[in-house]
Design a protein around this ligand. Structure first.
Ligand SMILES: [Zn+2]
Length: 458
């Protein structure tokens, strides 16, 4: 080692005057060269810094001067963004409108002409919609005059009615094959977008629609349903609801034992857990239980407008990808009574909810779940599905960057859905078995096991 180093070191031996002159000249030349190098170097540094500043400035203002540059006008700019990142809405109530206005007679429904409420094909196209969850909602039993009975045991009509809503969604999707395309996976959504179709998914809005049965959950999945909201506005056998504008007295203080089993099974089969409509306790417990990312299919921010239906900050803070956090997307609801005081719901007020969720949970965790066709009133400026670009233009004016707007429109939902698919595959590879938990209050199943069976009953 020492030899290798020695011959690289300068030597003081053999010095003479000639050599000194030569070395002085050489030193002067070197100095001049060094000066030139310094000037060139500092000029390049200045150029580099100016370049970076221009780059960042243009980036922040979405004004790239080269390929993909956006027009100055906010609306024109976001229309360009939405062309490549169309809207995926987490909650549209077209099927219940068809039930109520047309008695589910799909042949009487013309989605190519103006429909009575907020959704039809021309307006979906105008609004740059690329996908949506068709809510196959039926209301809580008591809201339609059914007596749910003690312990929700009288639940069977809700399953029938849900099947009717799944039927109507499927038939409407089939009726317009040039517009709609069934999507069962995140990849299906991407494929439909590539083909210029509107990817169509289904969501069940409340576990009261399960008839207290985890087997029904699996059957809904096999029919194409990809999320189940744990509750609607009523408590059910699985979980507590947040009610409507006032919270009801808790029943389970969050999830019931059966609710815990339900979440495990949803994770295993790849059914998204939807926490809209749930009580805060239900949401917090579900976030702890779930092994997959979750969604709020249509919920806004409680810090912006204080109603139980909106998500509080202490829940938003549990969302993310860090330690003790769960990946999720909160898809903002447009229903005026969840957005602002009476008369104040506007596109700007909805943007405030988006901004707040982005501030607390992060821009990767916010999406849109309008509730169109399920709400009587609408915000000013967001009157129907043709108006989503107005909301994007408002956020663009507030400084939202192109890629954040693309996340809001659908990228965040796609990531969460993909995460749930990966989690399900992993659980199944690990050998997770179907849940056979039976609601303990039921007396119509497993009688022999209970010792209550007799031949007379056959
Ligand atoms: Zn709802």
């Amino acid at each position: 080692m020492s030899n290798e180093r020695d011959h690289l070191l300068p030597t003081s031996n053999g010095r003479n005057h000639v050599r000194d002159d030569i070395s002085q000249e050489a030193r002067a030349r070197e100095l001049r060269a060094a000066k030139v190098r310094a000037v060139v170097h500092s000029s390049l540094t200045v150029l580099f810094v100016v370049g970076v500043v221009v780059f960042v400035f243009l980036g922040l203002n979405n004004q790239w001067p080269w390929g993909g540059g956006l027009p100055k006008d906010p609306l024109k700019a976001v229309l360009r963004i939405l062309d490549s990142a169309p809207v995926i809405d987490g909650h549209i109530d077209l099927p219940i409108l068809v039930r109520e206005f047309y008695a589910n007679n799909v042949s009487a429904v013309d989605l190519t002409s103006p429909m009575p409420a907020h959704v039809d094909i021309p307006r979906l196209r105008e609004g740059k919609v690329g996908a949506f969850f068709w809510s196959v909602y039926v209301s809580c039993p008591e809201d339609v005059g059914y007596d749910a009975g003690d312990d929700f045991l009288n639940a069977s009509w809700r399953v029938r009615d849900t099947l009717e809503q799944i039927d109507v969604a499927q038939l409407l999707i089939e009726k317009y094959p040039d517009t709609f395309q069934v999507a069962l996976t995140s990849q299906d959504i991407k494929n439909a977008l590539t083909e210029g179709k509107i990817a169509s998914l289904m969501g069940v809005e409340g576990a009261h629609q399960l008839g207290n049965s985890i087997a029904v959950l699996r059957q809904y999945y096999s029919l194409g349903v990809r999320y189940v909201t744990l509750t609607h506005m009523c408590h059910n056998a699985f979980a507590d609801s947040c009610g409507f504008l006032k919270s009801p007295k808790p029943l389970h203080n969050g999830l019931s034992e059966l609710g815990v089993a339900l979440i495990s099974e949803m994770n295993r089969i790849g059914m998204l857990v939807d926490l809209s409509h749930t009580s805060d306790a239900t949401a917090k417990q579900a976030l702890k239980q779930t092994k997959a990312p979750v969604i709020w299919s249509h919920s806004s921010a409680r810090a912006v407008w204080d109603v139980p239906r909106n998500v509080p900050d202490d829940v938003l803070e549990l969302i993310g990808t860090g330690e003790n956090k769960t990946d999720a997307v909160v898809m903002v609801n447009f229903a005026p009574y969840f957005v602002a005081a009476a008369g104040n719901a506007t596109v700007q007020a909805v943007a405030d909810h988006v901004d707040h969720i982005a501030k607390v949970a992060g821009k990767n965790h916010v999406g849109l779940g309008s509730d169109f066709d399920g709400i009587g009133e609408v915000p000013r400026g967001l009157e129907d599905v043709s108006k989503y670009p107005q909301l994007f233009a408002e956020l663009y004016k507030r400084g939202w960057a192109r890629h954040d707007l693309a996340g809001l429109s659908g990228g965040n939902l796609l990531r969460v859905m993909e995460g749930a698919e990966v989690a399900a595959r992993k659980l199944q590879q690990e050998g997770a078995q179907p849940a056979y938990d039976i609601y303990k209050k039921r007396t119509d199943i497993g009688k022999k096991r209970e010792g209550r069976w007799s031949t007379e009953e056959l």
